[in-house]
Design a protein around this ligand. Structure first.
Ligand code: LUB
Length: 214
């Protein structure tokens, strides 16, 4: 369950139990809702065109309440991107727990990643924020390198299991997959607002996995 749904559930449970929601929980819930509102606007309007006023109106708070949680718009952009990169190691743990072979693990992870790009506003916002990174005063977390590392590890495991070609290194193959995935999601976003992302991913996946074979 994502943070927004969790926050809403906590609020409903608090109301039902008629106990005042602890201050810290309420503050965390509000911060999550502000971040989701910022992500919606960063994804749809872009960072430069989004104001703190827009974000406050989107979430139904005063500007002061928003500034309680974030010192400025750049701080929000960093928080959105950081929340994005926290998703992937958790997703990898979930897929590994399924006990698939290394190549199946790689494929399942990428399928679920594509679905997350298609459905998660924090992820969609991060793609656009990273594309606009030179327009954002503060330093966003570096893109792509985390994914190259995750995929290198999985490809090395698949190579060790005889599932992947040995004439290219896992690092090189990981860079190719990240480049292909990045390009796929970017083109889908620019042309169709990511509406066709899963179909475009299926095409890229077909070419990638047939080219990985030993
Ligand atoms: C999984 C491909 C890489 C991924 O695609 C869009 C994007 C956003 O910057 C990415 C990243 O790693 O930061």
């Amino acid at each position: 369950m994502n943070d927004i749904a969790s926050a809403a559930t906590a609020a409903a449970e608090a109301a039902l139990s008629r106990r005042p929601e602890p201050k810290q929980e309420r503050a965390q819930r509000t911060r999550t809702l502000v971040l989701a509102a910022a992500a919606e606007l960063f994804a749809s309007k872009g960072f430069p065109a989004t104001s703190i006023t827009d974000i406050a109106q989107q979430v139904g708070l005063t500007k002061g309440a928003v500034y309680f949680h974030f010192k400025n718009k750049e701080d929000m952009a960093i928080a959105v991107v950081e929340a994005n990169y926290l998703l992937w190691p958790t997703l990898l743990d979930e897929v590994r727990a399924e006990g698939l072979d290394p190549l199946q693990t790689l494929r399942e992870l990428l399928d679920r990643t594509a679905h997350t790009f298609h459905t998660n506003v924090i992820v969609r916002a991060t793609s656009r924020l990273q594309a606009e990174r030179t327009l954002i005063g503060s330093q966003l977390p570096q893109p792509y390198v985390g994914w190259i590392e995750i995929l290198t590890t999985l490809l090395a495991e698949a190579r060790g299991a005889g599932q992947v070609r040995r004439d290219m290194t896992p690092e090189a193959l990981a860079r190719v997959i990240v480049a292909a995935f990045y390009g796929m999601q970017h083109i889908s976003d620019v042309l169709h607002g990511q509406a066709d992302l899963m179909e475009r991913w299926a095409e890229v996946r077909e070419v990638i996995f047939s080219s990985l074979a030993p």
